[in-house]
Design a protein around this ligand. Structure first.
Ligand code: PAF
Length: 270
């Protein structure tokens, strides 16, 4: 991969990179299409990274439809697929720690201890292999984008990061590789997440944050089959709970719907 891309770079290619866990859906494909506009060679990686899963069952259950994924990448004319094995990416007992500050223990970090250490570990390795000029990530993993931005800034990595909007089904459900695990009933109940986020965006008033948050928590908790992990209206840069002096607001939610853990968010103002 390094030799192949080095040759293209020497010929003046601008490398854009879309790292994924596979089980590609329209959200991933929209990142690839955006990447095609920003550079000349698009690399997509598919690697179900074990170090970012804190639950072995979740890792085992993660969908891996590689033949379908390859087909989808061909349909959108993605230039290069990087699909390494675990033993190519990691030596035994490899250690990694990056100081990602407060983001480590907030929201997803609190519910999935060690998750962002695993994400930064693998993204750092992938950046080192692909050496992209531009890397694209989805807004659905909003906190992940902040964590990776912090890594890029801490380690002075020569890559520009681009965040792309969430792709949604017609009824509002955020696209996710995990949606295939939702039963038809779960699928209906899951809509409470995007509906509540949407309502918050439209009714947002910085003087009313705690009331809006409490209402959202109550509505989601009352939905059958939905177990709320967190709902937060946060500062878009730090993810600390927002107050009326906050400049940029984002609302974020995580919940278990049936057996499937889903996340979603909405940027209230940029
Ligand atoms: O967002 C994802 O799909 C993964 O966390 C990533 C960035 C590919 C790292 O494994």
């Amino acid at each position: 991969m390094q030799q192949h891309l080095a040759k293209l770079k020497a010929d003046g290619a601008v490398i854009t990179f879309v790292p994924t866990l596979g089980a590609l859906h329209a959200g991933h494909l929209s990142l690839i299409k955006r990447a095609q506009k920003l550079g000349s060679i698009v690399v997509c990686s598919i690697f179900v990274n074990p170090t970012q899963f804190n639950d072995p069952k979740d890792l085992e259950m993660y969908p891996r439809p590689i033949a379908d994924d390859i087909q989808k990448l061909k349909q959108v004319n993605c230039d290069v697929l990087f699909n390494p094995g675990v033993n190519e990416m990691y030596a035994d007992n490899e250690k990694w720690h990056l100081d990602i500050g407060g983001l480590e223990g907030l929201l997803e970090g609190k519910f999935r201890p060690g998750h962002y250490q695993g994400v930064t570990q693998v993204v750092h390795k992938l950046f080192d292999i692909v050496k992209p000029d531009i890397a694209l990530f989805g807004q659905k993993d909003y906190q992940q984008f902040l964590v990776i931005s912090r890594m890029v800034s801490l380690l002075n990595l020569p890559v520009k990061l681009v965040m792309c909007p969430i792709e949604r089904e017609a009824d509002g459900l955020a696209m996710s590789s995990r949606n295939i695990h939702l039963s038809p009933a779960d699928r209906k109940h899951a809509l409470i997440l995007s509906k509540t986020l949407n309502k918050i965006k439209h009714e947002f008033n910085p003087d009313n944050i705690s009331q809006l948050k409490q209402q959202a928590e109550a509505v989601i908790s009352n939905e059958p089959g939905v177990e709320l992990a967190y709902f937060e209206i946060a500062d878009g840069d730090t993810l600390h709970p927002a107050d009326k002096n906050t400049k940029s607001f984002v609302a974020l939610v995580a919940a278990k719907v049936g057996k499937t853990r889903l996340i979603d968010n909405v940027i209230i103002n940029d």
